[in-house]
Design a protein around this ligand. Sequence first.
Ligand SMILES: Cc1cc2nc3c(=O)[nH]c(=O)nc-3n(C[C@H](O)[C@H](O)[C@H](O)COP(=O)(O)OP(=O)(O)OC[C@H]3O[C@@H](n4cnc5c(N)ncnc54)[C@H](O)[C@@H]3O)c2cc1C
Length: 541
Amino acid sequence: MALREMALDQMNGGSFDVLVVGGGINGAVSAAVLAGRGASVALVDRGDFGGFTSQESSNLVWGGFKYLEGYEFFLVRKLCVSRNRLIKAYPDNIKPIGFLATLDKTSPFPPWLAALGSLAYWAIGSFRTHWPRYLSAKKIESIEPVVDTSGARGGIEYYDAYLPDNDSRFVFSFIRSAMDVGATAANYVELVGAERTDHGWRATLRDVANGGAEITCQARVIVNAAGPFVDALNEDLGPRTSHRIVYSKGIHLVVPRLTEHERVLAFFDDTGRLFYVIPMGRRSVIGTTDTRVDSPYTEATDEDRDFLLAQINARLDLDTPLSPADVIADRSGVRPLVVKREGGDQTDVDWTKLSRKHEVEVDGGRRVITLFGGKLTDCLNIGEEVAEAVEDLGVPLEDDTGGWYGEPAPATRAEFYRQARLMKLDDLRHKPQVEPLSDRLWRRYGRRAFQMLDAIRNDPAMGEDIMKSADYLRVELHLAARTEMVTKLEDFLRRRSKITQVIPEEEVRTSEGLREVAEILFADRADEKLIEYFGELPAGP
Ligand SMILES: Cc1cc2nc3c(=O)[nH]c(=O)nc-3n(C[C@H](O)[C@H](O)[C@H](O)COP(=O)(O)OP(=O)(O)OC[C@H]3O[C@@H](n4cnc5c(N)ncnc54)[C@H](O)[C@@H]3O)c2cc1C
């Protein structure tokens, strides 16, 4: 039976300690910690895992240097500690990266003050990153010629970290590790109703991918991890909370790579707000914006695009300025920001200055835990707080040994690289501009990458690139089909991989190998899934 059918089968009539609603970063990390510490856990998301806010981030794992502007020292310290833990636990998936900030006449700070700030930031982060440095305009010009330094007063370089793959794949890694230790998780399953019982809840779940069939399961506790929808869900579940969510929209534009160096370029835009150029493989990502909105459903408008393009063109020395035609993909989402329920509608505050903190609220009577706000960077803290809250509600957990997060041990990694070297895995790579295969497979799959080595040894065709336009081996598709719950083609193209973020849609549609990808993932439903995604059967090359 396929992974998703098996999960639905287990959920139907099942009884769990905890039902997690929402498979973004907050829900994923909750499932991982709870299952890792011995609780029986079910998780549902009405879309794909990591398919809402958590796929629209800047992919940065950071303490938030810019939050020092709002004197949020405690939050920055907490995020820096979390960043440091994540860098240590995920040496291949979370990479330290330099941020080169160029300051011009319109910047709110002179470079010397920014340099002092970067020293303070380094100290707040316990000096765990590379040390920051002050840069003259001349120095910036020499190390990053793409930056237009004609109006620059100088700059700084400080360090944080980023996800070289993508945010939603990182989210999925928590879902996968929860499933590895017994959690039952299903995408495209919506919580549509919940009734109180003597021992907790009876939840009604709808399979939205396949005709809307309904099933029920029981849970002692519900974790509301619905991100921008937490308040709406709580209206149904009934807990009283002292916080609520407001929305701040942010967009990013993915464009051809703007600098060959693996560093983030930071600038102040005309409104005095920081924005970035962030590496994403062979592309650069420009963003983000920060606009108050009233709906969680957003898209990048022409106005948003024009604003970001104008800002970046004014700050880079490009032979041809970027135009909308250069935009390969865009990303748009809302930050779910936490505010006090009492205390006005917050219309009087500067929206961009609202705190990025999170709150975990527990309604012991109703046995609901609500997760407000948060960040990818904050995920370990949120996981630990959820576990504590679940224990407080009487669900016993095993001791926290930290085994629920992180990459496999260095000895396991060394053994993978040894085996990959012996079978000359990296020689299978034909595209010189992409990273070594051993790095890619280990980073993306961890322990599961051993199965791939076996499969390639048994059948060399498994080591061939499957899609002409993207870097994916045939064996990766087979593993994804078995273990990554790819329910729609978009789950693979946008979230398990980042293909549609870095390759123009037309190229994907006409890519050699696309049909085989669909056949491996969906067998006899391949045509249906291709039509679902493209609106018609792609003609192919
Ligand atoms: C533009 C932007 C840039 C950002 N950049 C960064 C960054 O660089 N670094 C960082 O650390 N953070 C960043 N963040 C913040 C971070 O991305 C978010 O805080 C985080 O992804 C929110 O995760 P979540 O799990 O709370 O919500 P979501 O990811 O939205 O997950 C909630 C899930 O609940 C599901 N759901 C809702 N209702 C139901 C229901 N009834 N039944 C089943 N499922 C349901 C939804 O389908 C959704 O998938 C950024 C955010 C934005 C918008």
